[in-house]
Ligand binder design. Structure first.
Ligand SMILES: [Zn+2]
Length: 411
């Protein structure tokens, strides 16, 4: 058990490295661990620990065998035996145990060298408990050994002073690119076009603007993106004008934010759409058709879809753009998943006119539905907005990291 002891010391001494998230008087104030689960693919793995409240955590990388250990300050374990890893990939198994009084340890056994991509605590909101989310991605053998050595050295040095802190902010886990990608955020509706309305009189146009302004701030604060909004106040814009703004500014990603009404009041949760003439299902088609008609409601002509372009180059470009749009939708959903309730099959397709730029990857985020009582309540909570916006920002960072990697690989 010598090795367990070493592990305990290493991780414990890294606690000081983590910015204090919660203030505790004593061990009795620590939250309980309610649940823990791990999913894995060959490209990534994710650990989610549900907690009865926010806490502090520390992470250490260890070899022989290769592991990543995650300690949280916790009073007790309220979970039964942990389930198997969902899927097959870089984490082969894991254990959760009380390492000592006040400290719960999750140990991930790695199938191949891996590293923490990001780790963060989510505060509880609505029906979502407080959580620790740890995302793991593959590492080279050299990167892995360097991390093992660094954690060991930090733990020794840390008997006195704190080493570098692990990243917990959205989008800070990768080095800043030389030229920043431009993200155009489009708060749906505006001005005479209220969009959907909740029974309490709240309009979609106000919700989308609040989310857009906050997302802009979070992205700019990360230092990694340039951000433009199609509207910054309660202004009306046609769908064409929104698309043109993205195209003229040569946006690298266009995100239209919505919180529409759905025909079925029981449908709730966030989802991300990419454009396809063939909608995922009939209700999605109705949703997109309704959305495309808002211009008429506002007294403008029906938006005309671009006539079928015969030019094969434009066609190829469009295909490439669609692929990128889909990757962006998947990245956003992956990062929203630990944070909020998602709709079933959350990456969806429908023929939204606002997503028609052939040269700008474009996605439409339905934050929730103003036809569902639980979503209405969430959409108006600032802590829920924080959680969603941080998830969106992480997804955007993830998407650009992936595309930059692809670019580097093809150069
Ligand atoms: Zn809408």
């Amino acid at each position: 058990m010598r090795f367990a002891k070493v592990l305990l010391i290493i991780v414990a001494s890294l606690f000081a490295a983590v910015p204090a998230h919660a203030q505790f008087e004593s061990v009795e104030d620590y939250p309980d661990v309610i649940d823990a689960r791990v999913s894995a693919t060959p490209e990534r793995a994710r650990l989610i620990i549900d907690l009865s409240g926010p806490t502090e955590f520390a992470i250490a990388t260890l070899d022989k065998p290769d592991r990543i250990a995650i300690d949280v300050k916790a009073f007790d374990l309220k979970i039964l035996a942990p389930a198997d890893v969902a899927g097959k990939g870089i984490v082969s198994s894991y254990t959760v145990e009380m390492a000592e009084k006040g400290r719960a340890r999750t140990t991930l056994t790695l199938d191949k060298p891996a590293q923490v991509q990001q780790a963060y605590i989510l505060d509880a909101v609505a029906d979502q408990p407080a959580r620790l989310v740890v995302d793991i991605i593959p590492a080279t053998a050299e990167e892995f050994s360097r991390k093992v050595a660094a954690d060991l050295a930090a733990s020794i040095a840390n008997q006195g002073s704190a080493p570098a802190t692990p990243s917990t902010d959205p989008g800070t886990h990768a080095p800043a690119a030389e030229t920043r990608p431009l993200v155009v955020i489009d708060p749906g509706h505006g001005g005479i076009d209220n969009g959907a309305s909740a029974p309490n009189g709240v309009h979609e146009k106000d919700i989308t603007l609040a989310f857009a302004l906050q997302l802009q701030k979070v992205l700019i604060d990360s230092g990694r993106f340039d951000v433009a909004l199609t509207r910054e106040d309660d202004t009306y814009l046609t769908l064409n004008e929104r698309v043109d703004l993205a195209r003229q500014n040569k946006a690298d990603l266009f995100i239209s934010l919505h919180a529409d009404s759905f025909q079925q009041a029981d449908i709730r949760g966030a989802s991300v759409y990419t454009r396809d003439e063939n909608a995922t299902d009939v209700l999605d088609k109705v949703l997109a058709d309704g959305e495309n008609r808002y211009d008429i409601v506002a007294g403008f002509a029906v938006p005309q879809a671009t006539p079928a372009v015969m030019d094969i180059l434009v066609d190829l470009m469009r295909r490439e753009t669609r692929k990128s749009s889909y990757l962006a939708a998947e990245a956003l959903i992956h990062q929203l998943e630990p944070s909020v309730t998602l709709r079933r099959f959350p990456v969806r397709q429908a023929d939204f006119f606002v997503l028609q730029a052939p040269d700008v990857p474009s996605i439409l985020v339905e934050l929730g539905f103003l036809s569902n009582a639980a979503d209405i309540a969430n959409l108006q909570k600032s802590d829920w907005r924080d959680r969603v916006v941080d998830g969106l920002a992480r997804g955007i960072a993830d998407y650009f990291e992936q595309t930059q990697k692809t670019l580097a690989a093809t150069q």
